[in-house]
Ligand binder design. Structure first.
Ligand SMILES: CC(C)(COP(=O)(O)OP(=O)(O)OC[C@H]1O[C@@H](n2cnc3c(N)ncnc32)[C@H](O)[C@@H]1O)[C@@H](O)C(=O)NCCC(=O)NCCS
Ligand SMILES: Nc1ncnc2c1ncn2[C@@H]1O[C@H](COP(=O)(O)OP(=O)(O)OP(=O)(O)O)[C@@H](O)[C@H]1O
Length: 194
């Protein structure tokens, strides 16, 4: 069974994935796939040509610079999406096709934006309010409220994602209580889907 872990920026998807890994489940993160792709020559060439040479440092992509550019410029973001998404989805489908038994969890930030629901047996949304997302982005990235809000605008609003989701984990308390909620959610899905 393959379960998609999704949510908005800074809702805690990777934190949840780490807990699942600690619990000995098989986990994959689509963000790792995109980081690997950004090291490929063909992808770098396309980014140089269609986005900007200024996001490079010694022929390597500076992800912070690229992020800053795409979250403030919709055209550039669409151009990057066009280069990256088909490749990311192909890698994701390949991983899914290799899962034969047990539970596998895959973190896919833009699962709803890219209409990827059909690839997953179930989907868990990691939720915090928009206000909390902004607070966590500002703290983690040492950035301004305006920039944090720009990042949110690049994704479907978290309340919309909540409406689309049968399984929701609220990540507003301590990591200990998150771990308890994750264990309960896994049991619930196992019971409901057997
Ligand atoms: C912009 C990049 C260079 C930033 O890298 P960085 O290491 O700083 O952040 P990371 O990759 O961990 O992404 C952090 C979060 O940003 C959000 N995000 C990333 N890319 C996008 C995007 N194109 N649109 C909206 N949100 C995005 C996601 O919530 C993601 O979890 C990188 O995310 C990237 O190459 N993005 C394009 C590929 C993509 O769409 N990835 C998400 C696939 S589902
Ligand atoms: N329960 C929590 N309480 C307080 N802070 C938290 C909690 N869970 C996660 N965080 C913090 O919020 C930030 C984002 O967490 P995490 O990286 O897990 O989110 P994400 O959804 O994977 O982010 P991104 O969309 O950027 O990939 C991190 O700085 C993390 O330490």
């Amino acid at each position: 069974m393959v379960i998609g872990i999704t949510g908005g920026i800074c809702c805690g998807k990777t934190t949840v994935l780490s807990v699942l890994k600690k619990l000995n489940f098989k986990v994959f993160n689509v963000d790792d796939i995109s980081h690997d792709l950004l090291n490929k020559d063909e992808v770098k060439e396309e980014i140089k040509e269609k986005i900007s040479k200024d996001v490079f440092c010694d022929n390597n992509i500076d992800r912070k610079k690229l992020a800053s550019l795409i979250f403030s410029d919709e055209k550039k973001r669409k151009a990057l999406n066009k280069i990256m998404h088909k490749r990311i989805i192909a890698c994701m489908i390949d991983i899914i096709s290799k899962q034969k038994e047990g539970l596998t969890f895959i973190e896919v930030p833009l699962l709803y934006e890219l209409n990827l629901e059909k690839y997953f047996d179930e989907i868990i949304l990691i939720y915090v309010s928009r206000k909390e997302q902004i607070k966590r982005i500002m703290k983690r990235d040492c950035t301004t409220e305006i920039k944090a809000k720009d990042m949110l605008l690049s994704q479907i609003d978290i309340e919309e994602k909540k409406k689309l989701s049968k399984y929701v984990i609220e990540n507003t308390h301590s990591i200990e209580s998150l771990e308890k909620d994750i264990k309960e959610m896994v049991e619930r899905i196992k019971n409901e889907c057997n």
